[in-house]
Design a protein around this ligand. Structure first.
Ligand code: XCC
Length: 635
């Protein structure tokens, strides 16, 4: 039974244990929820006002309009763009938080943070069009932060957000401007979606979806700035060897899991933990302090510092069931509220840190940037105290741990390619695509979802695409899946890559000093780091003088779940990227919206959604799209 839930070997060890101990997990709750509401699945349930809830009869026998008169198209379109607004808000709050921290650093107000990547700061300033001559580092950081915060404040509708305008290809910007889809202000886009979907407002499904696309592009803007400013503050990822899955927990160490998304907290926890090793040893932890990651906080510290990744989204509860996690420190997003209940079954401290993200039953340590190190010390102290209460009899650490070579941001990829051609680093990649050694590029992103067997679709699709010489990039919980299943290793390249892909990865990896091929799947970071893949694609497109919708580039979220994934998928389509979704999106109750997103989008934007639940068939469809794009380029 376990195998239907997950292909993760940790689940095979820990789910029977959970059952024996009477601990409910996400999969038990999924089962208890069956059958799920069919109206909700189709997106035709409207709860926008209190005359409802209303639902449209998908069989055509019952009501075809809600009480106010909204039909299925209006209801579905409103529902889906509200998801985009929430996803955009989530990423952009994260981005704003980082931008404000950077301003604080520039103003000398945040002693626990610094500028770790001066070169990147200068590169970002130049990209944003700032003149930095004669200015010191802090002045440049201040200007970059203010310009960035301008993307949350600009009221001039004709002036698009600065980050998006300085990131995309000219052709893409023109195309989006022609559709009135270029955002001018991130916050305004979220507000506008909520306003236009209020009862009695926008009822035109097409107009609503265009508004959603604009909102999703604001999400992209927020992700770009969150990623780049985080690199400036915490370092730009470079290839590093680490490990993944619950076997990274240590019996003899204080295990602290950092979970959520925002690196502002986890970075300082990592720094402080190093200084508190001795205290941990005094408490009996011979192995000191072992920080491990969960979800995207995990990805952030993994790609920057090689901190091992314990779990992706669906495995977060399993981490606690090992009985070996002393503290799970969470910030924002993708944290199951159930963690406090499961933590309470053990000695585990669940520590919330953000005042607008609390969980009943958890210990709250309010995190403030000006006192970051002090807050982190409080957190690590709680973890050490919890370690003293740990019951060694209940510790079950699965024998599941895979090596993972991670840290392939845009700079690292270009750097590795530069080892082959220092004067023109993109040339080896472009040549390999042109001669077919690399058939295309696929970006895997997105969550885990209980609607499908955990990690399975990611692994199935990746193996098939790699065999067909597709270069694979990954972020988010998809990257977590690949790391846990050993696909971010040189061995995986040798085992699964098609011959020509293997030759390219071996040439680049060897020249770049990795002592062998690049890993089969390149870990680019967390969900906000999807912008890194776009940076590479834009560089290639600009070099070729084409737009993004001409490149043999596809995206896939085989186990999508969150509202953030809806926002990401939508901007991916808006940028011209054919985007596969492997779980059923809640839109099919409206044939008009479904057609718009899966067919008409192709004419308007070049990108479009493809829904295919079978991973094997999905890989075939992506290969067909890649070939179609290749034919378009005449290669
Ligand atoms: Fe959340 Fe980023 Fe999804 Fe994972 S992939 S379940 S959104 S942690 Ni972004």
């Amino acid at each position: 039974m376990t195998m239907n839930y997950s292909i993760d070997p940790s689940a095979a060890t820990l789910l029977p244990l959970a059952k024996k101990e009477g601990i409910a997990t996400v999969w038990d709750r999924h089962k208890a929820m069956q059958p799920q509401c069919g109206f909700g699945q189709l997106g035709v349930c409207c709860r926008i006002c209190w005359k409802g809830p209303c639902r449209i009869d998908p069989f055509g026998d019952g009501p075809q309009r809600g009480i106010c008169g909204a039909d299925a198209d209006t209801i579905v379109a409103r529902n889906v763009i509200r998801m985009i607004a929430s996803g955009t808000a989530a990423h952009s709050e994260h981005g704003r938080h980082v931008a404000l921290a950077m301003l604080g650093v520039a103003e000398g107000k945040l002693p626990d943070y610094t500028i770790r990547d001066e070169e990147k700061l200068r590169a970002v300033a130049a990209k944003l069009g700032l003149d930095t001559t004669g200015k010191d580092l802090h002045d440049i950081a201040g200007e970059v932060a203010l310009v960035t915060l301008g993307d949350f404040q600009n009221q001039d509708h004709d002036k698009p957000c600065r980050w998006i305008a300085s990131t995309l290809t000219e052709k893409r910007l023109e195309r989006l401007a022609g559709l009135h889809a270029l955002p001018h202000n991130i916050d305004a886009m979220v507000t506008q979606i909520l306003a236009r979907t209020h009862v009695g407002c926008d009822a035109d499904a097409t107009n609503l979806i265009v508004g959603g696309i604009k909102g999703a592009l604001a999400d992209f803007d927020g992700m770009c700035l969150a990623t780049e400013l985080s690199d400036i503050l915490f370092g730009t990822p470079q290839p590093t060897v680490t490990a993944a899955n619950l076997g990274v927990l240590k019996e003899d160490a204080v295990n602290i899991a950092v979970h959520g998304h925002n690196p502002l907290l986890s970075e300082v926890v990592c720094d402080v933990a190093v200084l508190m090793e001795e205290e941990a040893r005094r408490a009996g932890a011979g192995g000191g302090i072992n920080i491990v990651g969960v979800c995207c906080t995990g990805n952030e510290v993994m790609v920057r510092h090689g901190i091992p990744l314990a779990a992706n989204y669906l495995s977060q509860e399993l981490a606690l069931i090992t009985g070996a996690v002393d503290a799970m420190v969470v910030d924002v997003q993708c944290i199951m509220p159930s963690v406090s209940e499961i933590g309470a079954c053990f000695h585990t401290e669940i520590i919330t840190t953000m005042d607008d993200n609390k969980i009943p039953g958890a210990t709250h340590v309010p995190f403030r940037e000006p006192t970051a190190a002090e807050n982190a010390r409080q957190i690590v102290t709680l973890a050490i105290d919890a370690f003293r209460r740990r019951n060694p009899q209940r510790v079950v650490i699965p024998d599941a741990k895979q090596t993972a070579v991670v840290g392939f941001g845009a700079e690292a990829i270009v750097g590795a390619l530069g080892a082959l051609n220092a004067d023109d680093p993109l040339k080896p990649l472009i040549d390999s695509i042109a001669n077919g050694n690399i058939r295309g590029i696929a970006l895997f992103a997105g969550c885990n979802n209980t609607q499908t067997t955990q990690d399975s679709s990611f692994v199935t699709m990746a193996k098939k695409l790699a065999r067909n010489n597709v270069l694979l990039l990954a972020t988010g919980c998809g990257a977590g899946a690949f790391a846990k299943h050993g696909l971010m290793t040189q061995e995986a390249t040798l085992e699964y890559a098609g011959d020509s892909l293997k030759a390219v990865l071996t040439a680049v990896g060897t020249e770049a000093g990795l002592g062998g091929p690049l890993p089969l799947v390149l870990h680019m970071g967390s969900c906000v780091d999807n912008s890194r893949a776009v940076a590479v694609a834009v560089a290639v497109a600009n070099r070729l003088g084409v737009d993004l919708d001409q490149l043999p580039l596809v995206a896939s979220a085989p186990e999508a779940m969150s509202e953030k994934a809806v926002a990401i998928g939508t901007w991916s389509v808006a940028l011209g990227i054919p985007t596969h979704v492997g779980t059923m999106p809640q839109i099919t109750g409206s044939p008009a919206v479904t057609k718009l997103l899966t067919e008409t989008a192709k004419e308007l934007l070049g990108g479009y959604f493809m829904v295919e639940l079978d991973p094997d068939k999905a890989a075939d469809r992506l290969l067909a799209v890649i070939d179609e794009r290749r034919r378009g380029l005449g290669i």
